[in-house]
Design a protein around this ligand. Structure first.
Ligand code: SF4
Ligand code: SF4
Ligand code: SF4
Ligand code: FES
Length: 655
């Protein structure tokens, strides 16, 4: 890659350096020269809408916006003159009088770029009459409100929605002073194509867009800001959590304009306001069969003596442990050690262990030694793809920020988006092609595509698996022409194949093999594939090797220890195993059918109350921080496991 040419400018009488292609604002920022801005946001295109950043440039007849003016070698620039400062104050006065900016009622007061500039320019009153147009407030979205009265038409929300999220919901509507931000064809945000990611909220420099779950809960300067990682799904977005008085006020994307910056509504909003019922004290079923609150000593003693009892009466494999991969690596490792070495059982699994086994068996059956979990492509590969092929996955529902990569690839790269899924699929309706094969026809379609993409059957590792287009069309109910057209899109480009629960939950390793075969054939420089793993730390938990290779259902455990933590999704397998168990221990954060069925419930901290490392679905290590002090009397998962181990080891040593 060619190095950018260095250029030298004179700014405020000082020689400063920059690079060819920089704007004047880029160079000012790189050299710590303050220039006020409102419509500019690093990482978005610059539009020069607000004119706050105007500077004087020698040879130019009038001030120019620094955010759009390309820097050149030898330019002489002034950023702060009496005229410029007067001009900026005038702009602020006009913005304040154009709509309604009475800060004391505004949710953004204290965290508003417009208000800060007004203080900076000592704008204690505007010299012009207020116009106060009566503009609507859109409250129909579940999480966001748009108050057009506070909008300064900077366009940051429009650009972040288009350029970063790739969702293209927002734009400007109407003309002149009637101009407003609109969603789709001027629909309410809650009835539009908006995916409620909240990126526009984070980009907005005023209180025009605010969050229903965070408004008026605390000002930024009153909050502690803690960097962490979202553990709700395997994308593993970096988050910035604002905390006041041991309450979460707000969650932002740590770097909004990076690919993982938008977050999704679960990561941004639902973790701030979770209405599920917390478990904050141990529970035990008494002799009358009624669940009662218990002390930690009673609950831990009861679990330890039940483990000892079942170990004595039955084989050790009668005891099984099952852990959610929403837990960080440290907890998964400690749980695995405890079950294997202290309890002495190898019946140990993760709640998404079946997905792991389907994937690894599919990889093995492909016969390609180059295929391993660690050869999966990073999510960034999607941004460079000419075609993204999504098979058996609805990332807009399951991994929304991964879906944003795909929407962004379409916007920036004109990548073709092909979805193959028989189920309802939110991404399907936005794809260039959405193949909806009949249930059971998916594998045939994939194999027919592999045959078409390969062109010559000798390139196929398993030519016997090739399906003809006619056979695939008959089995899937799709037209042969559609299958052939799809192969034409896939063939000969940079294709990234993404698959998810529609493949992994089917527990058919052969389907995985077919998808991987297609991924191999679609690219000449090796397969590019990404599996959307079910939970926040699936990849980490799978790597710890909790999986016993077969799953614990086969061992029909009599005592089941289920470490669910704050996993809100309970798989049917879990319920089945729990129902069969004679003694059920559930370590969980929230009340659920499983905790209601348990003999002993041990309270577990939620994500905000624990720290640890997570591995994202594409192998990136993230560290989550404890952002809240747990309620009094709560214990960490690691401490609970250690306490149980202490009790069991003590009993073992007794004569
Ligand atoms: S919430 Fe996200 S998708 Fe919806 S309008 Fe804002 S940026 Fe666009
Ligand atoms: S809603 Fe906010 S970000 Fe969007 S144009 Fe108005 S002030 Fe700018
Ligand atoms: S996409 Fe996943 S990791 Fe990112 S904010 Fe949403 S749930 Fe959290
Ligand atoms: S920041 Fe440059 S014109 Fe708005």
């Amino acid at each position: 890659m060619s190095e950018k040419k260095e250029i030298t400018l004179t700014i405020n009488g000082e020689k400063v350096k920059g690079n060819d292609g920089d704007t004047i604002l880029d160079i000012c920022r790189a050299n710590n020269i303050y220039v006020p801005t409102l419509c500019y946001l690093e990482g978005l295109s610059s539009v020069g809408a607000c004119r706050l950043c105007v500077v004087e440039i020698e040879g130019e007849r009038r001030p120019n916006p620094a955010c759009t003016y390309p820097a050149r070698n030898g330019l002489v620039v002034k950023t702060h003159t009496e005229e410029l400062e007067k001009y900026r104050r005038l702009i602020l006065e006009l913005i304040f009088t154009e709509r309604n900016h009475f800060c004391w009622f505004c949710a953004a007061s204290g965290d508003c770029e417009l208000q800060s500039l007004a203080y900076r320019y000592q704008m204690d009153h505007p010299r012009y009459p207020y116009t106060f147009p009566s503009l609507a407030t859109d409250t129909l979205n579940d999480f966001l409100v748009i108050d057009h009265n506070r909008c300064i038409l900077c366009g940051r929300c429009v650009r972040v929605c288009n350029e970063v999220v790739g969702n293209h919901t927002l734009d400007f509507g109407r003309r002149g002073w009637r101009t407003t931000v609109i969603a789709d064809l001027n629909q309410a945000l809650g009835e539009s194509s908006c995916i409620s990611c909240g990126a526009c909220l984070q980009a907005c420099p005023t209180g025009a867009i605010f969050s229903k779950v965070s408004a008026y809960r605390g000002r930024v300067e009153e909050c502690q800001s803690i960097q962490s990682v979202c553990s709700l799904c395997g994308v593993g977005c970096d988050i910035n959590v604002l905390v006041k008085d041991n309450n979460i006020v707000r969650i932002d994307g740590a770097n909004l304009t990076s690919p993982k910056g938008p977050l999704c509504n679960r990561g941004r909003f639902l973790q701030v306001h979770n209405t599920a019922t917390r478990i904050t004290a141990p529970l035990m079923v008494d002799k009358a069969g009624i669940t009662q609150t218990a002390s930690w000593e009673e609950a831990l003693d009861s679990v330890a003596s039940a483990i000892k009892d079942y170990r004595r009466r039955y084989k050790r494999s009668s005891i099984a442990g099952l852990i959610s991969s929403i837990c960080p690596n440290e907890t998964v490792e400690a749980f695995a050690r405890f079950m294997r070495h202290t309890v002495g059982t190898s019946s140990l699994d993760i709640v998404d262990g079946k997905a792991y086994r389907t994937l690894t068996q599919g990889i093995k059956a492909s016969g390609k030694s180059i295929l391993r979990l660690d050869t999966e492509s990073p999510l960034e590969a999607i941004l460079g793809a000419s075609c993204v092929l999504v098979v058996g996955a609805d990332p807009l529902e399951s991994h929304p920020v991964a879906a944003c990569y795909m929407l962004r690839a379409r916007t920036h790269n004109r990548a073709q988006l092909v979805v193959i899924d028989s189920q309802d699929n939110c991404l399907g309706s936005r794809a260039d092609v959405w193949l909806q094969p009949n249930a059971g026809g998916m594998d045939m379609v994939i194999r027919a595509l592999a045959g078409l993409v390969a062109n010559k059957s000798e390139r196929l590792d398993q030519p016997q698996k090739v399906t003809s287009v006619a056979e695939a069309a008959q089995a899937s109910g799709l037209s042969p022409a559609l299958i052939t057209q799809t192969a034409d899109i896939i063939r000969g480009g940079q294709v990234v194949v993404v698959f998810g629960d529609g493949i992994l939950d089917k527990r058919d390793p052969g389907l995985v093999t077919s998808v991987l075969e297609l991924a191999s054939l679609a690219n000449t420089d090796g397969p590019k594939w990404i599996s959307l793993k079910p939970r926040g730390n699936s990849r980490g938990a799978w790597g710890v090797g909790v999986d016993g290779g077969y799953g614990i259902a086969e061992t029909r455990p009599r005592l089941l220890y289920l470490l669910l933590a704050d996993d809100g999704y309970i798989a049917e397998d879990c319920l089945g195993l729990a129902e069969q168990a004679e003694f059920l221990v559930v370590q969980a954060s929230y009340v659920s059918p499983l905790t209601q069925a348990a003999d002993v419930v041990l309270p577990s901290p939620i994500w905000a109350g624990r720290a640890g490392t997570y591995i994202s679905l594409d192998g990136r290590v993230g560290r989550s921080q404890r952002v809240l002090e747990p309620p009094p009397g709560m214990r960490d998962d690691l401490e609970i496991i250690a306490e149980l181990a202490k009790r069991l080891e003590k009993r073992r040593r007794m004569p």
